[in-house]
Design a protein around this ligand. Structure first.
Ligand code: NAD
Ligand code: UDP
Ligand code: UDP
Length: 343
């Protein structure tokens, strides 16, 4: 029988031999890197609600304490300010590895740091997973497909990425992160999962992250500024509401399959169509202004989600027209000073 030699009096205080309630292990111990960010904080909410113990590891580059503040004081929640580029020792059952800026404006800000986060940061978290036998989930991206020559994109497509372009720090960084993940799986037997996430939006996105949805909604329509459409506005994206993504990530982690899995909403919109939906939702009189497009901007993006449907039993439930108003009310509160943060 296992005993605690340093706990004098433990046995006698519990003559029944039952573990006292406070010591009972409930749920799993889970690390969420990047857990103070947009997607991470929503994931943390779900894990905590499920009864797991969650450790958020974040350097607050794009994340905010406000996103997780509602868990402060909960004994099942810990927040560590740490950069994943540095090694980290923890004892956990699962690692959701999200740490990495996601918006092009943020990841281009310090491209070398973005590569280090993706490569060295992912290596460290895989090293941690190997040491403690934890299951590791990588949040990769649709950007591994680059400017895709296949449409919609299937997981079997190898992509069309410019290795020396301004987006490469992110695209190639995530591709290398996927490679590392598979090499730790094959070489060291680490249990891994890979998600390829397509454009996701929702409450708690950074207001100034420069992504199209936050620009149109937070920077522009709500402030009565014109919507800035880059290029001719005919390029497409598929926009997924954050709760659908979180459901997909959790199913992937708990399921039997390594992946990669596309997690995205197959509803495809041109940027001009997106501007129309924003007009319908916020202000029918909002004007549109055209601006030059950024370098290497992918022309089309739409996930083929057959694999996730079949193997994870997952598909998105929230359409853009349903999800956008949910984000708008959060942005309104944050911009116009109602003190409630997050959702
Ligand atoms: P986000 O920028 O809101 O969150 C990223 C979090 O990681 C932030 O809290 C940030 O402070 C933290 N971080 C960054 N570098 C770090 C480092 N070196 N050490 C520790 N923490 C660090 O972005 P998000 O939208 O929540 O994205 C989360 C993950 O999902 C990212 O890995 C991103 O690449 C991936 N992803 C997101 C989208 C999307 O549309 N949101 C699409 C594809 C992939
Ligand atoms: N690592 C970590 N936490 C751990 C175990 C490893 O941060 O609990 C880091 C470690 O510092 C190394 C990386 O993960 O930089 C890869 O570790 P691994 O053991 O796979 O390789 P090695 O240390 O032999 O290079
Ligand atoms: N875009 C736009 N107006 C903006 C910001 C972005 O038209 O104010 C376009 C951008 O050129 C791209 C698409 O919207 O074609 C999506 O850009 P975002 O930065 O949101 O994410 P990406 O999918 O490129 O990572």
């Amino acid at each position: 029988k296992f005993s605690y030699p340093h706990r004098v009096g433990f046995e006698s205080a519990n003559p029944t031999g039952k573990i006292p309630l406070g010591l009972k292990r409930k749920g799993l111990r889970i690390v969420v890197t990047g857990g103070a960010g947009f997607v991470g904080s929503h994931l943390v909410d779900r894990l905590i609600a499920r009864g797991d113990s969650v450790i958020v590891v974040d350097n607050f580059f794009t994340g905010r304490k406000e996103n997780v503040m509602h868990h402060f004081g909960n004994p099942n929640f810990e927040l560590i300010r740490h950069d994943v580029v540095e090694p980290l020792l923890l004892e956990v059952d699962q690692i959701y590895h999200l740490a990495c800026p996601a918006s092009p404006v943020h990841y281009k800000f310090n491209p070398v740091k973005t590569i280090k986060t993706n490569v060295v940061g992912t290596l460290n978290m895989l090293g941690l997973a190997k040491r403690v036998g934890a299951r590791f989930l990588l949040t990769s991206t649709s950007e591994v497909y680059g400017d895709p020559l296949q449409h919609p994109q299937k997981e079997t497509y190898w992509g069309n990425v410019n290795p020396i372009g301004v987006r490469s720090c992110y695209d190639e960084g995530k591709r290398t992160a996927e490679t590392l993940t598979m090499d730790y799986h094959r070489g060291a037997g680490v249990e891994v999962r890979i998600a390829r996430i397509f454009n996701t939006y929702g409450p708690r996105m950074c207001i100034d992250d420069g992504r199209v949805v936050s620009n149109f909604v937070a920077q522009q329509a709500l402030r009565k500024e014109p919507l800035t459409v880059y290029g001719d506005g005919k390029q497409t994206r598929s926009f997924q509401y954050v709760s659908d993504l979180v459901e997909g990530l959790m199913r992937l982690m708990e399921g039997e399959h390594v992946g990669p899995f596309n997690l995205g909403n197959p509803g495809e919109f041109t940027m001009l169509e997106l501007a129309e939906v924003v007009q319908e939702t916020i202000d029918p009189n909002a004007k549109i202004e055209f601006r030059p497009n950024t370098e290497d901007d992918p022309h089309k993006r739409k996930p083929d989600i057959s694999r996730a449907k079949e193997l994870l039993g997952w598909q998105p439930k929230v359409s853009l027209r349903k999800g956008l108003p949910l984000m708008v009310s959060d942005f309104r509160q944050r911009i116009f000073g109602d003190h409630k943060e997050g959702s």
